[in-house]
Design a protein around this ligand. Structure first.
Ligand SMILES: NC(=O)c1ccc[n+]([C@@H]2O[C@H](COP(=O)([O-])OP(=O)(O)OC[C@H]3O[C@@H](n4cnc5c(N)ncnc54)[C@H](OP(=O)(O)O)[C@@H]3O)[C@@H](O)[C@H]2O)c1
Length: 303
């Protein structure tokens, strides 16, 4: 299959590109800069110059390939409204092109857990429209299941971890270094799911190849890691103590990530494993942290 991959130069996208190429697919990667284009080419993929704001480039990529993996996203947490509107417009434009073609489109999504439980693959996210979380992209894409498209929602764990990860766990590690203590909120009983980047890449390929139209797939290897244990692992890797933060300490310590770290962002994975025959092989998040995956990493934003 020739696959259009947005975000092919990113953390997950580069692993997905490698995985697709290793399994006989061809990749056309969207690149918004010379540096990103060079990274994609070095991986052995072809480049389409464009951007998430250039809807014609997205339409061209979707039209000239056999399927789409949409991983590009504006990770500017100071302006999520723009990121969400961009996401909605990008997904809509690609769906317009794909309607009636029978082609697959897999889009990256997330997993806010329902109050008091884990998100299941059957749960429908309550986000619709460009002003909602992730631009309502998941529901928008899945609504095309009966319209000659094979849409699949790939809900990634909040930490897709590994060496060189620059995401949330890198950010939490930066905070621990900065404050001299690895903090968690309250009793630290809120939970996050986790998946290693290589396992996530395999799952993306399997879902692209096999998942039925309308599937919600969970990229989750470890379903529930408490935020207290995550903080303890980070603290141990840096030789720093772990500390429960009182309500008045949370915002000054965590900043924008407090909203994520203080809630459950976790789900189930049994249905995903059965549907696609996926068996994550790790390493686990705590193995990565203990092996020094975050000791020298820093958080990086792409916008
Ligand atoms: N990593 C995680 O733990 C995690 C967890 C849950 C969900 N997700 C979701 O999974 C997807 C992939 O995440 P990731 O960790 O791989 O992100 P990432 O490393 O930040 O990569 C983002 C990708 O999007 C591209 N991009 C950003 N703005 C763009 C624009 N305006 N035009 C074109 N391309 C643009 C980047 O291109 P450049 O290389 O040019 O910057 C990069 O290739 C995202 O939707 C993310 O929200 C990730």
């Amino acid at each position: 299959m020739r696959v259009f991959v947005t975000g092919a130069s990113g953390w997950i996208g580069s692993a997905v590109t490698e995985e697709l190429l290793a399994h006989g697919h061809q990749v056309l990667g969207l690149a918004r800069s010379t540096e990103s284009a060079a990274r994609i080419e070095a991986a052995g993929a072809a480049v389409l110059r464009g951007s998430l704001d250039d809807l014609d480039s997205l339409a061209a990529g979707a039209a000239e390939t056999d399927g789409v993996v949409h991983l590009g996203f504006k990770h500017d947490f100071s302006d999520m409204a723009t990121a969400w509107r961009t996401e909605h417009a990008a997904v809509q434009r690609m769906l317009d092109v794909l309607e009636g073609t029978g082609k697959p489109i897999l889009i990256a999504s997330g997993m806010p857990a329902p109050e008091g439980g884990l998100l299941t693959e059957q749960d429908v996210l309550p986000f619709h429209g460009p002003e909602s979380m992730r631009g309502g992209g998941e529901n928008l894409a899945l609504s095309y299941a009966g319209r000659g498209v094979r849409p699949v929602a790939m809900r990634f764990s909040p930490t897709v971890h590994g060496h060189r990860d620059h995401g949330f766990v890198a950010f939490l590690t930066d905070l621990a270094r900065k404050h001299g203590v690895a903090g968690y909120i309250g009793d630290g009983s809120t939970v996050w799911s986790a998946v290693h980047r290589d396992d996530a890449a395999v799952l993306v390929r399997l879902a692209l190849e096999q998942a039925p139209a309308g599937s919600r797939v969970h990229a989750i290897a470890e379903t529930t890691l408490s935020t207290r244990d995550i903080a303890a692992a980070i603290g141990e890797s840096l030789g720093l103590p772990t500390k429960s933060l009182a309500p008045e300490e949370v915002e000054p310590y965590f900043g924008w990530i407090a909203g994520f770290y203080g809630i459950n962002v976790a789900g189930t994975n049994e249905h995903t494993r059965e549907l696609l025959g996926w068996t994550p092989v790790g390493p686990t998040l705590f193995e990565d942290i203990a092996a020094g995956a975050y000791t020298n990493s820093t958080y990086a934003q792409s916008q």
